[in-house]
Design a protein around this ligand. Structure first.
Ligand code: ADP
Ligand code: MG
Length: 576
């Protein structure tokens, strides 16, 4: 795992070396100050030579200006290193997530994925910067301080250093408590976010049921939890700040006391004495840093492990090594003994057989839950079949590249998904490089130019999240326009108009009919008018395709279709 982690540093070797170098110099300068003071007190002070004293002050100041520069580099460039690594990981993870199968997304919570991409990676980024670099610099500074102390007076050095492990344990103890509190705080932030997200997405349901009070109460519960977790974190922090002050002062007083004793016994000069006290002070910084890293480390490592778990997840079925890319398919479809069940569930399809000729229109009818949508989802390989074979134009769909397969299949569904963007962008999703002319033509064929022209901002009108600013019919027209641009050989209309009122449905029907021209079309619908137009009708039941034929043929058969028909379509007859 360490090797995997280190591999992310590779592109930034020079940045890493540069910040590490500046860090080491900054550490060395920290140590220079006590030594300089030592010299001033023991050698310059007795001589009383003001010129030299002033010049040394100027020299020291110059060194510290450098030191300021080093600290700027460490803070900015060091974090830049962390941010670069974090950004690389985030891009890699996003690309990888996009490649996962539809099945994966069926079983994954959105909030969960978002927290992987944000919180986890931020923790990793912090470790990437502070981890190796600060540990190296802190240890070097500590050892440097110890070395100088040893060279001045080894007995006092050893006595001082005996206290260091105690200090480390002390800060570590608080660091641990702090990290537990932080974890709690982060998880209450996540709860809090998902509460708000849920509320905002479902705001229409909330309002329709007049449940604002109920929502406020639930929100207030999360809000209080968040408050409690923050208070807890700050309480620990307060205890730590207070007691660490005491402990640090204890260390200083200890050095002061022992130092005094050594001075009185003539084993230490005044200058050395002051240098010792200053060095003890210098040591406090690295100790704190080491502990901060120790606290950060488990979070970052846990995040990195989750990151690797996601990255190691096998992506969606990849293309066969000798898969062929077919630019344009005709659209003959054949299902042979297709068996399929969703993960860990009973089989939904137990041997489905049918074939559809290119350009033909076929309607799938059958009770809800029979598997009509499932049959259609298998064609673009949203799910992989367990057994049997599906082919298009005599190519097994597994022998086609995923891109050439999916480019040739267009699905129009009941619940249209639109992006929170302009009408132009949403239509052009069918062909990213579409010109304005092509977009207008597609809009024209989907019969939505009048709507677009009536909007003050025309094609640039923003349609809100999931297209809330459009009516159901307008959304469906937009998805049809998008499909005209995509221009697939095979079209699947999965209850495309079921959510619309009769009038709108009739209006959209003609746009759909135009869309279907020259394409193999599979229609899943309940309305008689739509089904009757189909070249053939397949009745889908739990037994597979139970019957097939034209409307008239199937009615005469007096089988499943005619039963379904009488149960479901009497209303249409009455209305017709
Ligand atoms: P239809 O479109 O004919 O109404 P579906 O193909 O949607 O039926 O569903 C067939 C069966 O598969 C149902 O029992 C349904 O619960 C199940 N099902 C549909 N989609 C999924 C899914 N993504 N994961 C698990 N089970 C599913
Ligand atoms: Mg369905």
């Amino acid at each position: 795992m360490l090797r995997a982690f280190m591999s992310y540093y590779k592109p930034y070797k020079r940045l890493f070396a540069f910040t590490l170098f500046c860090g080491i110099l900054a550490g060395a300068l920290e140590l220079a100050f006590p030594l300089a003071v030592n010299q001033v007190i023991d050698n310059l002070l007795p001589s009383g030579n003001w010129t030299i004293i002033l010049w040394s002050a100027v020299g020291l100041l110059a060194l510290y200006i450098f030191n300021g520069g080093f600290h700027y580099v460490i803070t900015y460039w060091g974090h830049k290193l962390g941010i670069n690594i974090e950004t690389d990981m985030r891009r890699e993870l996003f690309d990888h997530i996009q490649k996962q199968s539809v099945q994966y997304f069926d079983n994954t919570k959105t909030g969960h994925l978002i927290s992987r991409l944000t919180n986890d990676l931020m923790d990793i980024g912090e470790v990437a910067h502070h981890g190796p670099e600060e540990v190296a610099i802190s240890i070097m500074t500590l050892l440097g301080a110890f070395g100088i102390m040893l060279s001045i007076n080894w007995q006092l050095a050893v006595m001082t250093f005996v206290l260091v492990p105690f200090l480390i344990v002390f800060t570590y103890f608080f660091g641990k408590k702090m990290s537990v509190a932080m974890t709690w705080m982060f998880s209450s932030i996540a709860d809090f976010n998902s509460r708000v997200e849920n509320n905002v997405t479902g705001i229409r349901v909330v309002k329709a049921f007049v449940n604002e009070g109920h929502e406020s109460e639930k929100f207030s519960h999360n809000n209080k939890g968040f408050r409690a977790s923050k208070l807890k974190a700050y309480k620990i922090m307060a205890k730590y700040t207070a007691s660490s002050q005491i402990v640090m002062k204890f260390l200083l007083i200890f050095v002061l006391l022992c130092g005094t004793w050594f001075v009185i016994n003539g084993q230490l000069t005044y200058g050395e004495f002051v240098a010792f006290v200053l060095l003890a002070n210098v040591m406090i910084g690295p100790i704190n840093k080491l502990n901060a890293v120790m606290e950060m480390y488990p979070k970052g490592i846990a995040g990195f492990r989750r990151y690797l778990d996601l990255l190691n997840m096998k992506p969606e079925q990849e293309d066969n090594p000798n898969a062929i890319h077919v630019e344009k398919l005709k659209g003959d479809i054949e299902y042979k003994n297709v068996v399929f069940g969703y993960e860990n569930k009973d089989k939904v399809l137990n041997g489905v057989n049918f074939s559809i000729r290119a350009g033909e229109t076929v309607a799938l009818v059958g009770p809800s839950g029979a598997g009509k949508t499932t049959i259609c989802s298998l064609l673009p390989r949203f799910y992989e079949i367990d057994n049997g074979e599906i082919s298009i134009d005599d190519y097994n769909i597994h022998d086609l590249t995923m891109a050439s397969l999916r480019e040739q299949i267009g699905v129009v569904q009941q619940d249209v998904f639109l992006f929170d963007a302009s009408i132009r962008e949403n239509i052009a999703y069918g062909k990213l490089d579409a010109t304005d002319e092509e977009i207008w033509e597609a809009a024209e064929r989907a019969q939505m130019t009048t709507i677009i022209k009536s909007l003050p901002e025309g094609l640039d009108t923003l349609i809100g999240e999931r297209g809330v600013k459009l009516s159901g019919g307008q959304k469906q027209r937009l998805s049809i326009a998008r499909m005209f641009l995509k221009n697939p050989a095979i079209l699947i209309l999965d209850e495309a108009t079921s959510a619309l009122d009769t009038e709108t449905e009739a209006a959209i029907q003609s746009a759909l009919a135009e869309l279907a021209v020259g394409r193999t079309t599979i229609i899943i619908a309940h309305r008689l008018a739509t089904i009757k137009e189909a070249d053939r009708i397949f009745v889908v039941t739990e037994n597979g395709i139970e019957e097939e034929g034209t409307h008239q043929e199937l009615l005469q058969k007096k089988g499943a279709y005619s039963r379904l028909h009488h149960a479901q379509f009497d209303f249409d007859y009455a209305g017709a």
